[in-house]
Design a protein. Structure first.
Length: 735
């Protein structure tokens, strides 16, 4: 290393000697032979390539053979040629060694070849924190970085995937359709629309209630007359109406009719002394990564985070392929492979409700009324919960060609109405467990779900304002990200598939109670931890048997695959410990970015981008603070995904258990951690930046730049004016 630094100094001396020697030839109005030139001007030469020097001497000897006047002409013509040759060799030699980390770089402050720089965290409250660390703190920080699972920080507008997304038109279910003649009002009473009466005169209606026989058959009662303001007898009914004008109308009604007998039976179940006392309101969407949830449902996310004060789990990582592998661990704490066989094509297969220990059974035994709603559920031999929406969809699939709309109303609005009724009509004295999963808008289309954003937000707002969530754990989530081939073939698409949206919120009173205060603190700390569907199962079970204060303060044992989010989860947890196979694992690993020339060049470029960002930050105080330039790259490393993640294409088997690792996906972005020295002042900085290779952008977060060596009084001139620039400022009088 030292030798190369010395070589660069010698090269500078060589350039200086040649420059002044040739100027000597030009300014002295006399004829000089080669020997005189060498004696007078070449004594300062100290470069290795003596053959070049010999060629220059030979050239002068050749010139001396020409007549006197032509010789003067050749002096004039040859001079710029010699200067060009020597400068070319000098700069070629210098650039060859410019990537060596011990080479002190001599470049201007502006770097025109840099990628586009995106600056975050500049002049914010976050930046008003200390941005220096002692060597001991830095060492401990680096050690933690090496141990922890690094979840990728994805760009919502990542260059690889942004082209897949666009805005869509809102659903127009009422186009060329008459509004519904009848409906069930908020009190659960049958109502005939006043608009329908105006159009058709007096309207007479009948209803036929229906209920589930098995997974494919319904029991439909006979049609009976129903009058306005009559209460519904069951959740689901076929309604037929006839107007005075002889026009007919047929539709489906669905509403929550509280099961009073079941409530009475549940009231006799003695609650555990360790019971949390909380309800569960758990709604999910199919195929939405956290990034896509934020892209397509921004109003919902804003309400969840700001009004419900929810924790969004940035490290929520799937453990298998598709919806079953997302929900089976949540509902049972096990994988499908660990449970008895339930695939239909096998003769010995059982129904899932016969052999799966579904968590709603635990809640039912603990005295909860239960609801399970899925718009495409199949496979239960017996009705799994007290209210089960599959019964409604068995009939709806026959009556409606397009289930995005139920008559003139979007299905998702009716869906939200039904689930809200469950929370509201059973009241505060009845413990409630609701799990509703919606797939029609998002399973086959990456953009369509945005039509439900406003309605999802309004539904949550209505529930909050009505008090229905005052005693509920609220979970809003997705099972996995988009899985279609083209999206999945991108680096970011692979990561998004594995990082779905998952949020949890607790009631305000519970968070502030002695029972809930520590759990809430732990839940917030676990926001950045590696967590899985197995952990959600453990979290739900904790609600029935609330942990003691000692348990809430005890770090989770990594030997256990299921760790409750109400308890501390170790920051050093690995995918293997969490039950995540490597091709599903999104944890990034640090590897050296100094091992090959290409990575060194990238690291140098990114370091220059950080220096340029620092200079931009101090520009307003340029009369006090000298501009910095990159002097030396000390070290660089980058976060990279496991090779099996990039190789994953799909599954080889019909059940989705065996990975097909034949893909050749290229990493399109990476985080780099850089340690470099600037001059003047010899300040050592460490910064973490994100480099988007395809988009040719580098994102620099000012809050991630740390001045990691002592800077003494180098910044004394700025302390009283702007203390927070001290880490970046070298005063002119200290140069």
């Amino acid at each position: 290393m030292t030798k190369k630094f010395t070589d660069s100094v010698q090269t500078d001396e060589m350039s200086s000697s040649i420059k002044y020697g040739l100027l000597g030839v030009k300014c002295c109005n006399e004829t000089i032979n080669a020997t005189d030139y060498e004696t007078r001007y070449a004594s300062g030469f100290s470069f290795r390539n003596r053959s070049l020097y010999a060629r220059i001497i030979n050239a002068f000897n050749e010139i001396s053979r020409f007549p006197r006047h032509p010789r003067k002409l050749f002096h004039i013509l040859l001079l710029p040629v010699i200067i060009f040759i020597i400068l070319f060799i000098f700069f070629t030699y210098s650039s060859k060694h410019s990537t060596d980390i011990a080479y002190w770089i001599e470049e201007p402050i502006a770097y025109p070849s840099l990628p586009h720089i995106i600056v975050l965290g500049a002049d914010t409250a976050e930046m008003r924190k200390s941005i220096t660390r002692s060597y001991k703190e830095e060492k401990n920080f680096s050690k933690r970085l090496e141990q922890a699972c690094h979840i990728p920080k994805l760009n919502i507008n990542g260059s690889e995937v942004i082209g897949f997304f666009h805005h869509v038109d809102m659903l127009d279910c009422g186009k060329n359709k008459e509004k519904e003649w009848a409906y069930v009002d908020e009190k659960g009473l049958f109502t005939i629309s006043s608009d329908a009466i105006k159009l058709h005169g007096n309207i007479r209606c009948t209803v036929a209630y229906f209920e589930r026989l098995d997974d494919n058959k319904l029991k439909i009662d006979r049609q009976i007359p129903i009058t306005p303001s009559s209460p519904m007898s069951k959740d689901y009914a076929i309604v037929k109406c006839l107007g005075d004008d002889q026009k007919k109308w047929k539709h489906l009604l669905w509403t929550i009719v509280p099961d009073r007998k079941k409530v009475e039976d549940l009231s006799h179940i003695k609650k555990s002394s360790q019971w949390s006392g909380l309800d569960v309101y758990f709604i999910g969407f199919d195929s939405l990564s956290q990034m896509s949830f934020r892209r397509k449902l921004p109003k919902t996310v804003k309400f969840i985070e700001e009004e419900l004060d929810a924790v969004v789990l940035n490290g929520y990582n799937i453990v298998g392929d598709g919806t079953p592998q997302a929900f089976i661990p949540i509902l049972t704490g096990q994988t499908e492979e660990e449970l008895p066989l339930t695939r239909k094509r096998f003769a010995e297969a059982s129904y899932v409700d016969e052999v799966y220990p579904f968590v709603w059974k635990n809640f039912s035994k603990a005295g909860y009324i239960t609801l399970y709603a899925e718009d495409s559920a199949r496979g239960f031999k017996h009705q799994p919960t007290d209210h089960y929406v599959r019964t409604f969809f068995q009939k709806a699939e026959d009556m409606f060609s397009n289930l995005q709309c139920l008559g003139s109303v979007p299905l998702h609005k009716e869906w939200f109405r039904y689930t809200s009724e469950f929370m509201e009509r059973y009241g505060h004295n009845t413990s409630k467990f609701l799990l509703a999963f919606h797939s029609l808008l998002s399973h086959d289309d990456v953009n369509l779900v945005e039509v439900a954003d406003e309605d999802t937000m309004l539904n949550l707002k209505k529930l909050k304002e009505s008090g229905a969530l005052d005693n509920a754990l609220v979970i809003v989530m997705a099972d996995h990200g988009h899985r279609f081939a083209k999206f999945r073939a991108t680096h970011q698409g692979q990561l998004e598939e594995r990082l779905p949206f998952f949020s949890l919120s607790l009631p305000k009173k519970f968070k502030e109670s002695d029972k809930g205060r520590t759990a809430w603190k732990n839940l917030k700390a676990n926001k950045e931890r590696l967590v899985t569907p197995f952990d959600i199962h453990a979290t739900l079970l904790d609600m029935l048997h609330w942990p003691t204060e000692q348990e809430l303060n005890t770090m989770g044992d990594v030997r256990s695959r299921s760790l409750s989010l109400f308890r501390p989860i170790p920051p050093s947890r690995t995918c293997e410990e969490a039950g995540i196979e490597m091709h599903w694992c999104t944890c990034l690993n640090w590897e050296s970015a100094m091992a090959d020339g290409e990575q060194v060049n990238i690291s140098m470029m990114l370091s220059k981008a950080v220096v340029q960002t620092i200079n931009s930050h101090t520009k307003s105080q340029r009369h006090l603070c000298a501009p910095l330039k990159l002097a030396k790259l000390e070290n660089a490393k980058r976060l990279v995904p496991h090779e099996n993640l990039l190789k994953y294409k799909d599954t080889k088997d019909a059940d989705g258990f065996v990975p097909n690792l034949v893909a050749k996906t290229k990493a399109a972005f990476a985080h780099y951690q850089l340690r470099f020295v600037t001059e003047p002042g010899n300040a050592m900085y460490e910064a973490t930046v994100q480099y988007d290779i395809l988009g040719n952008t580098v994102t620099v977060d000012m809050t991630s730049i740390s001045h990691v060596n002592r800077y003494g009084d180098l910044s004394h001139c700025i302390i009283d004016i702007n203390y927070f620039l001290a880490a970046y400022c070298v005063c002119y009088d200290k140069i």
